[in-house]
Design a protein around this ligand. Structure first.
Ligand code: GYE
Length: 357
């Protein structure tokens, strides 16, 4: 057999063997995948807390106010609204015959958290009431309180935490207050060619500041208000005045000031007067809270509007605590009912005389 013929024969033989081996190893049916087994149901990661907060106290279902020992974590004493809120809790505790342990957090978040732990460890305390300085950072301590069998009621300021970690929240709809403020500022600036507004913000981490600011921004679009300055005055008259003074050094082209609480509004009023402007006339002033000082400023014509924020929450809070102590499930939020007061109200003096704070 000549070489060429031999090479071709060998090539054919090799090719044939390759084909046969390939076939031979033709992948067999891939082994049947194991019969589809039900994937194990993903076990739900246990929620931080699954059961709603309905476990009552040992005295349930016959707990009385006299059975309650309430640890109250107050923000501090930053102004008229806070003083009225504190008075409501102390006076109502006496009227109802419950025991109140009052903790002043001095507007310091670390102190407020420390006070919370203190009440969790206090064997006498069976209910904890929190007026939160800030919206975040409460989940861990709330879980500890729940594990310790303590009832928690949130008052005044809402928090960002699972609703199963506390019995209820009793406080205002701050976003609604912000929308009301914008609606009133639109009325005050009606007909004004320019609608530049300065905003004095409360403690920036607090729900009251966040939600009032959001509500105002939602409402102001209706009339073309423009917020040209916004800065915290930390709820205080001193800081509200300092911030307004700094703005006035830059420009006096402002038509309205939205102060997120009365104290900062009072500071703005002082700054305007010292700059030679007439508050309530040259610049419209609107604040929130409706404290006694606001009615005094409206009667003097220096404040145009105050949007009410009710501080007298203790009766509702204590009733909720008692119901929770008796194992009742409560609504997640009980919003306060509130109004608006204006300096041009013909009955303003009578309304002022009838106010309790
Ligand atoms: O507006 C302010 C106080 O949380 C609603 O806190 C409260 C606010 C109030 O410092 O005056």
């Amino acid at each position: 057999m000549n070489k060429k013929l031999l090479f071709n024969f060998l090539a054919v033989v090799m090719l044939a063997s390759l084909i046969l081996s390939a076939c031979g190893s033709a992948p067999t049916e891939a082994p049947a995948a194991p019969a589809e087994t039900e994937a194990p149901a993903a076990t739900e990661a246990p929620a931080a807390t699954e059961a709603p907060v309905t476990a009552g106290l040992a005295c349930a279902p016959n707990c009385q106010y006299s059975d309650l020992v309430i640890g109250f974590l107050q923000t501090g004493s930053e102004g008229g609204w806070r003083a009225a809120n504190t008075a409501s809790f102390k006076e109502t505790a006496e009227q109802l015959g419950l025991t109140l342990k009052f903790y002043d957090s001095q507007n310091d978040l670390a102190k407020q958290v420390a006070g919370f732990h203190q009440f969790i460890q206090d064997p006498e305390v069976n209910v904890i009431v929190l007026a939160a300085l800030e919206t975040t950072g409460w989940e861990e301590v709330l879980q500890e309180a729940k594990d310790a069998g303590k009832i928690v009621v949130i008052e005044d300021r809402r928090i960002d935490a699972p609703e199963t970690l506390y019995s209820t929240y009793i406080g205002s709809d701050f976003a609604l207050e912000g929308r009301k403020a914008a609606e009133e500022m639109c009325k005050l600036l009606e007909g004004s060619e320019s609608k530049k507004v300065w905003e004095l913000v409360g403690n920036v981490g607090s729900s009251a500041a966040k939600d009032r600011g959001q509500g105002f921004r939602e409402g102001m679009t209706a009339c073309g208000i423009e917020i040209v300055n916004s800065q915290t005055g930390n709820w205080s008259a001193t800081e509200g005045k300092q911030v307004t003074e700094a703005w006035l050094k830059e420009s006096k082209d402002v038509q309205g000031i939205f102060a997120q609480n009365d104290e900062m509004g009072f500071g703005a009023i002082e700054a305007l007067k010292e700059a030679g402007l007439v508050p309530g006339v040259d610049v419209k002033i609107l604040s929130v809270d409706a404290t006694a000082g606001a009615f005094k400023a409206m009667l003097a014509g220096e404040l145009n509007v105050t949007v009410e924020c009710n501080p007298l929450l203790a009766p509702q809070v204590y009733e909720a605590a008692l119901n929770a102590a008796n194992g009742e499930e409560l609504p997640a939020w009980v919003p306060s009912q509130e109004g608006v007061f204006r300096s041009d109200d013909p009955n303003l003096q009578e309304i002022t005389d009838g106010r309790t704070y």
